[in-house]
Design a protein around this ligand. Structure first.
Ligand SMILES: O=C(O)CCC(=O)C(=O)O
Ligand SMILES: [Fe+2]
Length: 222
């Protein structure tokens, strides 16, 4: 972010897991936030996800392209209002490609592939929301997951591929930050143990935190 006392360096926290601080400037953050507000509106808008065991996720979510539910993808909001999922816009796919290219440079070139990005999962965190350690394993593609953060900062816990426990690395994700995980880290466990309410940049006008992950489904269109 401009005006910081110490610039935050980019970091590869595990092989194929790259944090790029301040990747989106304020106007790009505003554009993404405006789009999230439109996506959040019904039908097929922001919803609370109920887990098979009976609990509810504390984040509220909306999907584009394919609708994620525990645990799979569908073309309609099968666990909500039943409406068709909103389309995945072309500009988001371009943003995902740019993100992977910027995060990886020439490394993991083989991971970039040619399959188009076709899923966005948007998660809204109020001050109390969290996300437990999990893997993004419902996709049929090994393409990297692209994560963009807006609003309040959070602790993003990036763990290992074998289980939910240590070793992990805690990374602070702030508004505008990019995190890409692919290659050997594509199926690493990760979660958000806490956010820092009130730390969103005032110029953005968001109370809480939004995270947008962009993914390749590897699923057949239709
Ligand atoms: O909010 C985040 O930074 C992570 C979100 C996440 O892991 C997911 O949507 O699967
Ligand atoms: Fe995830």
């Amino acid at each position: 972010m401009d005006g910081e006392l110490f610039p935050r360096p980019r970091a590869e926290v595990a092989p194929g897991a790259v944090h790029v601080p301040g990747w989106l400037d304020m106007s790009a953050q505003r554009r993404l936030l405006d789009a999230c507000r439109a996506w959040a509106a019904p039908p097929a808008g922001l919803r609370t996800v109920r887990m098979p065991a009976g609990g509810e996720m504390s984040v509220r979510s909306v999907c584009l392209g394919w609708h994620w539910f525990p645990y799979g993808y569908a073309r309609t909001v099968v666990d909500g209002d039943g409406a068709p999922v909103k389309p995945f816009p072309e500009w988001l796919g371009e943003l995902a490609r740019d993100a992977v290219a910027d995060a990886y440079g020439d490394a993991y070139g083989q991971e970039q592939g040619t399959e188009p990005y076709d899923i966005a999962l948007v998660n809204f965190y109020d001050g109390k929301a969290r996300m437990g350690m999990h893997r993004d394993s419902d996709e049929k593609s090994g393409a990297p997951v692209v994560s963009l953060s807006l609003g309040d900062a959070c602790v993003f816990r990036f763990g290992n591929v074998s289980d939910r426990g240590r070793p992990w690395t805690d990374v602070e994700l702030r508004s505008g930050d990019l995190f890409v995980f692919g290659g050997p880290s594509r199926l690493a466990h990760h979660g958000v143990p806490r956010t820092f309410p009130g730390t969103a940049p005032p110029a953005l006008g968001l109370d809480g935190r939004l995270n947008v992950t962009l993914r390749v489904s590897g699923l057949i269109m239709g």
